[in-house]
Ligand binder design. Structure first.
Ligand code: SF4
Length: 286
């Protein structure tokens, strides 16, 4: 089993960018702001969304206190940006968003030198091509966050393969979320639900509109799950409810969860195996 699987996970009082942990007040959501809003922001902690070379280089060279990390969107294809980023030896960590893993996976090589000078994570949507991007990211020792959304049948097949890869491939050293935290939760760690693990819990991570206002109410997750249960949706008697909290029923509440439940089961079987091994080791040592 990969060593990355065995890491401990903190509770809700922290937010994290893979291996990076940001201490924050539980009542203060981390604001995700466009570059222009972040420039004018008085928020205590925020994530800056950069979508152009100029925005990216500005925040690399002129980081502000409170900027916890940069969410870099649509810039993987700009080779010069990454060459420049590798030459700036300090500044905020980066969350590099992959838009289309099938066409962009080879561009992950551009991040190797950047990884040498700052903390960096790759966020990969669960779309066809995911497994190629994940294997390359793991070989480059890049922490990964998989964003599942509501995966198609083709993407689900790759997600299952990705879970097996995470659990059993010795090349995996850096965390692969959401597998890493969910696996830890199945071993007893307090990780919060999938919404928190994926940094999509609006009470903690506030996405904002053009005016800097949160676009999703802070109590959305509880209300969403209550609503599904009241309507006797599939979530009502789902064994994964405490960890999933209806994640896969958003935005389409009619999404059928058969495929994602198989992925949960892959992780659960491995967690049970590990728990049995640990119990056996304790018995031998007692
Ligand atoms: S796996 Fe599907 S049915 Fe189960 S809690 Fe999550 S969204 Fe609901």
């Amino acid at each position: 089993m990969a060593a990355a699987v065995l890491g401990s996970i903190d509770g809700n009082a922290t937010t994290s960018l893979a291996a990076i942990t940001v201490e924050k007040e539980p009542d203060a959501p981390l604001m995700f702001l466009s570059s222009s809003l972040a420039t004018a922001s008085r928020a205590g902690s925020f994530v800056v969304i950069v979508r152009s070379r100029d925005e990216f280089l500005h925040w690399l060279h002129h980081p502000r206190p409170g900027a916890e990390w940069l969410q870099v969107e649509g810039l993987l294809n700009d080779e010069d940006v990454w060459a420049a980023a590798a030459r700036v030896p300090s500044g905020p960590p980066l969350d590099v968003i992959v838009s289309d893993p099938a066409t962009e996976f080879a561009m992950l090589y551009r991040l190797v030198d950047v990884r040498g000078v700052r903390d960096l994570r790759v966020t990969i949507p669960v779309l066809p091509g995911l497994i190629k991007a994940l294997r390359l990211a793991a070989s480059l020792r890049l922490p990964v966050r998989l964003l599942p959304g509501q995966p198609t049948e083709a993407a689900l097949a790759e997600l299952g393969e990705a879970a097996e890869f995470y659990l059993y491939n010795p090349a995996v050293e850096a965390p692969i979320e959401f597998f890493h935290s969910l696996f830890a939760a199945m071993g007893g760690a307090d990780t919060g639900s999938l919404w928190s693990i994926l940094e999509q819990e609006p009470a903690v991570f506030a996405r904002t509109d053009a005016d800097g206002q949160a676009v999703i109410p802070r109590d959305f997750v509880a209300a969403h799950l209550q609503n599904l249960i009241r309507q006797d949706a599939e979530c009502a008697d789902c064994k994964w409810q405490s960890w999933c909290a209806g994640y896969f029923k958003h935005p389409d509440p009619g999404y059928v969860c058969e495929g994602v439940k198989k992925v949960f089961s892959i992780l659960e079987a491995a967690a049970e195996e590990m728990n049995r091994d640990l119990a056996a080791q304790e018995e031998v040592g007692a």
